[in-house]
Design a protein. Structure first.
Length: 155
C-alpha cells in the first residue's frame, strides 16, 4: 500500500489542493471529488513518484473538474516529466505557475532543486535561469536538457 493523500481547502473562488506521496495503482482519487470546483490550485511539491496507473487515475480525476481553471504549483521533476510526455496530464484549461529545476555542481557534486516561478524565471518570452552556486561558491548548471524539460512552456 503506497502512502498517498490529498488535502483540499475549499474557498469560495478557489480550491487549494495539496497532493502528497506516491501516485500509483493504490492512489484512490474517488474520495476527493472535484465536481463543482470554481478554480483549482494544485500544490505538488510533495509528490514523490507517479507510474502509468497513477497517470491514468490523475487524468481521470482532472477531467472531473469540468470547466474549472487549473493551476499547478511547485511541480517536482516527476510531474514536469509527465506534463511534457502525456497529453492531458495538464488539462487544456491548466497552467503551470511554478516548478522545480535540478541543478548540479561538477566541482562539488552538490545538487539543488530550484523553484522557477511564472513571471520571474520564465514567461511566454522564454526562460531566464538564475545563477545558482553551491556551498563553496561554484556556479552550478541546470541538470536537464533544456529543450526537453521546458517543452511544456511552449504549449
Amino acid at each position: 500500500m503506497s502512502q498517498f493523500d490529498v488535502q483540499i481547502e475549499k474557498l469560495d473562488t478557489v480550491w487549494n489542493i495539496k497532493v502528497i506521496g506516491v501516485i500509483d495503482e493504490d492512489a484512490n482519487f474517488d474520495k476527493f471529488s472535484l465536481v463543482g470546483a470554481p478554480a483549482l490550485k494544485l500544490f505538488l511539491k510533495e509528490v514523490v513518484t507517479i507510474n502509468s496507473c497513477g497517470i491514468r487515475e490523475w487524468i481521470s480525476w482532472m477531467n472531473k473538474a469540468g470547466a474549472a481553471t487549473v493551476e499547478y504549483f511547485q511541480c517536482p521533476k516527476v510531474i514536469v516529466d509527465q506534463i511534457n510526455m502525456v497529453q492531458g496530464f495538464l488539462p487544456a484549461s491548466g497552467t503551470v505557475q511554478s516548478f522545480f529545476v535540478p541543478y548540479f555542481s561538477e566541482e562539488s557534486s552538490a545538487e539543488k532543486m530550484i523553484l522557477f516561478t511564472a513571471g520571474k524565471e520564465y514567461s511566454a518570452a522564454g526562460v531566464t535561469p538564475p545563477e545558482i552556486k553551491d556551498e563553496s561558491g561554484n556556479v552550478m548548471e541546470m541538470d536537464v536538457l533544456e529543450a526537453k524539460y521546458f517543452k511544456f512552456l511552449k504549449k
